[in-house]
Design a protein around this ligand. Structure first.
Ligand code: HEM
Ligand SMILES: *[C@@H]1O[C@H](CO)[C@@H](O)[C@H](O)[C@H]1NC(C)=O
Length: 327
């Protein structure tokens, strides 16, 4: 019964968009100005350039797939998907403590350089990062979706705002609040967290949970005890990494949700998605219905990519993703 309600809500949430822009009396969301055809005339090769670069890079280093997906999330979570996370100057988001383990900047720079050769001053860094995250998902074995284009790059990037991106020790109320600001629901929260089915986590981020949960001097009791012991062995130093999905860390599947049922969520925020009344039914549903997860992941990623975007005359199209245009 629980999952039936969740399933009904899913169908509703796919079609939900929040109106934010008023134009000629008609209320349109900013994302309504995005379109998959946006660069068809001005940069017809865009998606194949991104696809080729992603393939070549991932062949050398498959771990970059997860890092690019995370980079896109961190971009969208702060000031919307405006490439603000890519700016590399003192005091920018990238300089924040919360951004220390972000990777993939040079891959995006490399794609941008090639795009500039073929379509100068045309394609925004925000659009490149969004499409790269889609390709990373596909290349890791996840679903494909059409990416709507037409985002503009922001000119503001502040380190203190990057520290509001969730770090893994928040409660579900806080996560729901953050997602709500991005136009995302509890379904999107559960489904997008499913990308923790690939990728890694620095031991620094889970140290408290293994050794001193909420000051108790003990491991988080909501974590499987054998799993705690394995993690302690893998985490010999703060600089070590462990897989977010213990069983199939390279595969984009639904093992993440089944891990939660075994008390094997790596982050306490992962585990809470399973135990919290507001999110638990969606988490079990995703664990048992792989096709539903695949479809909904694509829908939720489109929503994430549309979050608080800049369009038309707002922002700029950067020449280099790591620095603002100078006039
Ligand atoms: C909902 C709250 C979320 C929290 C608390 C969270 C937290 C984290 C943390 C702590 C890490 C490990 C970082 C480190 O190395 O120290 C991580 C990794 C990752 N996150 Fe999340 N995350 C959240 C949502 C998301 C979303 C929405 C996405 C994508 C749509 C995402 C994608 C990833 C990926 C792919 C990795 C692996 C990165 C890599 O291997 O380089 N996360 N996340
Ligand atoms: C979640 O965290 C916030 C901020 O720390 C706190 O005010 C709130 O009481 C917490 N909510 C729950 C349900 O634990």
């Amino acid at each position: 019964m629980r999952w039936l309600f969740a399933a009904i809500f899913l169908v509703i949430s796919i079609h939900h968009v929040s109106p934010t822009v008023v134009r000629g009396g008609a209320v349109l969301p900013a994302a309504a100005f995005l379109s998959p055809a946006y660069y068809h005339k001005s940069c017809p090769n865009l998606e194949s350039i991104i696809d080729q670069k992603m393939r070549a890079w991932l062949k050398r280093d498959y771990t970059m797939a997860a890092s690019i997906i995370r980079l896109h999330f961190h971009d969208c979570a702060v000031r919307g998907c405006d490439a603000s996370v890519l700016l590399n100057h003192p005091g920018s988001e990238r300089a924040a403590e919360a951004s220390k383990t972000l990777r993939g900047f040079s891959l995006i720079d490399e794609i941008k350089a090639e795009v500039e050769k073929q379509c100068p001053k045309t394609v925004s860094c925000a659009d490149i990062l969004t499409a790269a995250a889609r390709d990373a998902t596909v290349l890791a074995g996840g679903p494909f979706w059409e990416v709507p284009f037409g985002r503009r790059d922001g000119r503001i990037s502040l380190a203190r705002e990057a520290n509001s991106v969730p770090q893994g020790h928040e409660n579900i109320t806080q996560l729901l609040g953050l997602f709500d600001k991005l136009g995302l629901t509890f379904v999107d929260l559960v489904v997008l967290s499913g990308s923790h089915t690939i990728g890694r986590c620095s031991c620094h981020a889970i140290k408290q949970r293994l050794y001193n949960f909420t000051g108790s001097g003990m491991a988080d009791p909501s974590m499987n005890a054998n799993y705690v012991n394995v993690l302690k062995k893998q985490c010999r130093s703060d600089g070590s990494y462990v897989n977010l999905d213990f069983w199939t860390p390279r595969k984009f599947d639904t093992a993440y949700y089944r891990n939660l049922e075994k008390k094997m969520g790596l982050l306490s925020t992962d585990q809470l998605l399973h135990s919290d009344m507001r999110t638990g039914s969606v988490a079990s549903l995703m664990g048992s219905q792989p096709e539903l997860f695949t479809t909904q992941f694509a829908a939720s990623m489109v929503k994430l990519g549309n979050a608080n975007v800049l369009t038309r005359k707002e922002g700029e199209v950067r020449f280099k993703c790591s620095s603002l245009n100078s006039y």
